[in-house]
Design a protein around this ligand. Structure first.
Ligand code: COA
Ligand code: AMP
Length: 633
C-alpha cells in the first residue's frame, strides 16, 4: 500500500483519531468534548464543545508566533493598475479596526452580514472582520442581479450590508450601488445599515440614515478583539444554485472548516507556510472563500487577490506575469481560464517573456477538466497539473491528487482518488453500489469529513431531503460518473438541472422560472450546451402562447434581457429560440437530455416514451437556424 492509500485508510477507519490529530494544528480557546458527534442524525457535527476564533487562527496567531512581518496578502489589480502588499500585522490591524466599526454599529456573534463587493482587499477584510466578531458573513458574487441579492437578503436577514461603489470588469465599470439599492427595495427584510466603500473609479451617492462611508467608519473605530465561538457555530453562509430559483444557503461551521482547510494546504496543495499561493477565482465563490481567504491564511501562506481576468487584462500573459512578479508556487483556477488563454495564445508564446522558476503546481477545479486542456497546460507549463473535484457544499476537495502526501500518477479526465475522510461509491438508482467502471450517482458514505456543510440556512428539512434522503447513509453529490479499478474517480455530469458556465454553477430551473414569467411565453425549457470556452452555456426554448404574433426575434431578445436583469450577466444567457412545441414523454416530461444531445451534435437514441418523434426534427431545425448543433442520427 502506498503512503496515500495508507493515510486514506486510516482516515476512514478512525476518523476521530485522524481529524483529532489534524485539529492540534489549530488554536482552540477551549478543547472539544467530542471530535465527531453523532447525536443529531443523519447530520454529524465536528468538534462539538470546542471554542475557537477563525480570524485569530488566520491572523493574530501568526503575529503572536513572530511572523507579523510576513506577507499575508498581495492585491494585484491590472484593471486599476495597482499592486498592494499587506503583512500579517497590517492585515490583522485593518481587520481589527473594521471589526471595531461593525461592533460599534451593533454587529455581534450570530448576526448576519452580507458582503456584496468586488475583488479588493477590503472584501477579504470584511469576511475576516465578521469572523473576528463571531458574526456570519454571506458574500454575494458581484455578477448577480439585484433580485438574486434580494432573495439572499430575505433568506439570511442581515443586520448590515457591506458594499462598494463599483466593480471593474474588462470592458466596463459595474456600479454596485444601484443594484444594492434595488435589492434592498425589493427585499422584505431591510438591513439596519450599509457600509459603502467609495472607490475612486466611480463614487456613488449614499442614502442618508442608512448608508455610511466605509473609510470614515473605520477611521473612527477602536480595534476589536477576537470573540471565541463554538466550533459548530456558522462562520458563513454561501448561496449556491439549487433546482429552483430559491438558492440554497450552504452553511459552513468554524471548527471543522479551520481544521480541514489547514490540513488541505499542506497535504493536498503541498505548500509550506510562507509560500505564495494564488487562487485565481472570485471571493464570491467557494473557491475564493476557501483558497483566496481562509486556507492560505490559516496555514501562514501569502495569498494573492487578483482583480483581473486571464485574458484582456491586458493579455493572455497576465497569469504568467502575476506568477513571476509575486513568486507564486501554486496556482488554482478553473479549466475555463486556461481555455481562454489557449484560445488567444495557442502556442503560449507569451510565456517566453516570464520567469516561472518558483512555480511548482497548477490545480484546476470548478468544472470537468477536459483532457485536452489538461494536456495543453502540462505541455506549456511543464509542471504537474492536478484536476480536483469539489463543491460549495463540501468546501474543499472530495477527490484530488494529494501531492503533499504522495503524488499519484495523473489520469486525464479524472480528479484522482477520494481524499482522506471521503468514502466514495457509485450507486444505481436503487442505491446499490455499482462495480468499477459503471456509471451512476456518485455518493459519499456518511459521515463526511470536517469542513463539509452541516446544513442549509433555515432549511434542515431541505438539507436532509436534498442530500441525505435518496441514498440513506450517504451524501448525494448530485454528480454522476464512475470509479475505476484503481479507485480513480471520473466525474462526468450532473444528475440535476445544474449547469456549469465558465466554472460558475447555475440552475437552468431558475432561468426557466424567469422565462416563464414573460407574458408571451406559454412554456419553456433551458438546457446547457457545450461551449469551447465556457464549458457550457445556457440556451432557452420558448413556446409562445396561442395568438401571440409579435416577431419571434423581439420576444427572444426580451427573454435574454430578462435573464440578465433577474439572474445577472454571469448567467451568460444569450440565446433564446422560439419553437412550436417541446419534445416530451407521454407523461409530459420535457426531454432535455435529448435536446442537449441534438444541440451538441451527439448521436441520440429515440426515447421509447416520446410522445411525438417529429418534434425532434423541428428542434434540430430550430437549433440549426440559430447556428447550433448538427443533424444527429
Ligand atoms: N461583477 C459584475 N459582473 C461580472 C462579474 C462581477 N464580479 N463577473 C463576471 N461578470 C460579468 C462579465 O462582465 C460578463 O458580462 P458581459 O455579458 O457583459 O460580458 C458576464 O458576467 C459573464 O462573465 P464571465 O463568465 O466571467 O465571462 P467573461 O466572458 O467575462 O470571461 C473567462 C470568460 C473564462 C475569462 C472568465 O469566466 C474567467 O476568468 N473564468 C475564470 C474561472 C473562475 O473564476 N471560476 C470561478 C470558480 S473557480
Ligand atoms: P460549485 O458548487 O460552484 O463549486 O460547483 C460544484 C460542481 O462543479 C460539482 O458538483 C461538479 O458538477 C462541478 N465540478 C467541480 N469541480 C469539478 C471537477 N474537477 N471535475 C468535474 N466536475 C467538477
Amino acid at each position: 500500500m502506498g503512503k496515500f492509500d495508507e493515510i486514506h485508510a486510516r482516515s476512514v477507519a478512525d476518523p476521530e483519531g485522524f481529524w483529532g490529530e489534524a485539529a492540534e494544528a489549530i488554536h482552540w480557546s477551549e478543547r472539544w468534548d467530542r471530535v465527531l458527534d453523532d447525536s443529531d442524525q443523519p447530520i454529524w457535527r465536528w468538534f462539538r464543545g470546542g471554542k475557537l476564533n477563525t480570524c485569530y487562527n488566520c491572523l493574530d496567531r501568526h503575529v503572536k508566533d513572530g511572523n507579523g512581518e510576513r506577507l499575508a496578502l498581495i492585491y494585484d489589480s491590472p484593471v486599476t493598475d495597482t499592486v498592494r502588499h499587506y503583512s500579517y500585522r497590517q492585515l490583522r490591524d485593518e481587520v481589527a479596526r473594521l471589526a471595531g466599526a461593525l461592533a460599534a454599529r451593533g454587529v455581534g456573534r450570530g448576526d448576519r452580514v452580507i458582503i456584496y463587493m468586488p475583488m479588493i482587499p477590503e472584501t477579504a477584510m470584511a469576511m475576516l472582520a465578521c469572523a473576528r466578531l463571531g458574526a456570519i458573513h454571506s458574500v454575494v458574487f458581484g455578477g448577480f442581479a439585484a433580485s438574486e441579492l434580494a432573495t439572499r437578503i430575505d433568506d439570511c436577514r442581515p443586520k448590515m450590508i457591506l458594499s462598494a461603489s463599483c466593480g471593474i470588469e474588462v470592458a466596463r465599470v459595474v456600479q454596485y450601488k444601484p443594484l444594492l439599492d434595488a435589492a434592498i427595495m425589493m427585499a422584505r427584510h431591510k438591513p439596519e445599515r450599509c457600509l459603502i466603500l467609495q472607490r475612486p473609479q466611480e463614487r456613488c451617492e449614499l442614502a442618508p440614515g442608512r448608508d455610511e462611508d466605509w473609510q470614515e467608519a473605520v477611521a473612527g473605530a477602536e480595534p476589536a478583539d477576537c470573540v471565541p465561538v463554538e466550533a459548530t457555530d456558522p462562520l458563513y453562509i454561501l448561496y449556491t444554485s439549487g433546482t429552483t430559483g430559491q438558492p440554497k444557503g450552504i452553511v459552513r461551521d468554524n471548527g471543522g472548516h479551520a481544521v480541514a482547510l489547514k490540513w488541505s494546504m499542506q497535504n493536498i496543495y503541498g505548500v509550506e507556510p510562507g509560500e505564495v499561493y494564488w487562487a485565481a477565482s472570485d471571493v464570491g465563490w467557494v473557491v475564493g472563500h476557501s483558497y483566496i481567504v481562509y486556507g492560505p491564511l490559516l496555514s501562514g501562506n501569502t495569498t494573492v487577490l487578483y482583480e483581473g481576468k486571464p485574458v484582456g487584462t491586458p493579455d493572455a500573459g497576465a497569469f504568467w506575469r502575476v506568477i513571476e512578479q509575486h513568486g507564486v508556487t501554486t496556482l488554482f483556477t478553473a479549466p475555463t481560464a486556461f481555455r481562454a488563454i489557449r484560445q488567444q495564445d495557442p502556442e503560449a508564446k507569451l510565456l517566453a517573456g516570464y520567469d516561472l522558476a518558483k512555480f511548482r503546481t497548477l490545480f484546476l477545479a470548478g468544472e470537468r477538466c477536459d483532457p485536452d486542456t489538461l494536456e495543453w497546460a502540462q505541455k506549456q507549463l511543464k509542471v504537474p497539473v492536478i484536476d480536483h473535484w469539489w463543491q460549495t457544499e463540501t468546501g474543499w476537495s472530495i477527490a484530488a491528487d494529494c501531492i503533499g502526501i504522495e503524488a499519484l500518477p495523473v489520469k486525464p479526465g479524472s480528479p484522482t482518488k477520494a481524499v482522506p475522510g471521503w468514502r466514495l461509491e457509485v450507486l444505481d438508482p436503487d442505491g446499490k453500489p455499482m462495480g468499477p467502471g459503471q456509471v451512476g450517482a456518485i455518493a459519499g458514505r456518511l459521515p463526511m469529513p470536517p469542513g463539509t456543510t452541516p446544513g442549509i440556512w433555515n432549511g434542515r428539512e431541505r438539507f436532509v431531503k436534498t442530500y441525505l434522503t435518496n441514498f440513506p447513509g450517504y451524501y448525494e453529490t448530485g454528480d454522476a460518473g464512475y470509479i475505476d479499478e484503481e479507485g480513480y474517480v471520473f466525474v462526468m455530469a450532473r444528475t440535476d438541472d445544474i449547469i456549469n458556465v465558465a466554472g460558475h454553477r447555475l440552475s437552468t430551473g431558475a432561468m426557466e422560472e424567469v422565462l416563464a414569467a414573460h407574458p408571451d411565453v406559454a412554456e419553456c425549457a433551458v438546457i446547457g450546451i457545450a461551449d469551447a470556452l465556457k464549458g457550457q452555456v445556457p440556451v432557452g426554448f420558448l413556446v409562445l402562447s396561442a395568438g401571440v404574433n409579435r416577431p419571434h426575434a423581439e420576444i427572444a431578445r426580451e427573454c435574454v434581457a430578462m435573464v440578465r436583469d433577474r439572474i445577472g450577466p454571469v448567467a451568460a444567457f444569450k440565446t433564446a429560440i422560439v419553437v412550436q412545441r417541446l419534445p416530451k414523454t407521454r407523461s409530459g416530461k420535457i426531454l432535455r437530455r435529448t435536446m442537449r444531445q441534438i444541440a451538441d451534435g451527439e448521436d441520440y437514441k429515440l426515447p421509447a416514451t416520446i410522445d411525438d418523434p417529429a418534434i425532434l426534427e423541428e428542434i434540430t431545425q430550430s437549433l440549426g437556424g440559430a447556428g447550433i448543433g448538427r443533424k444527429a442520427g
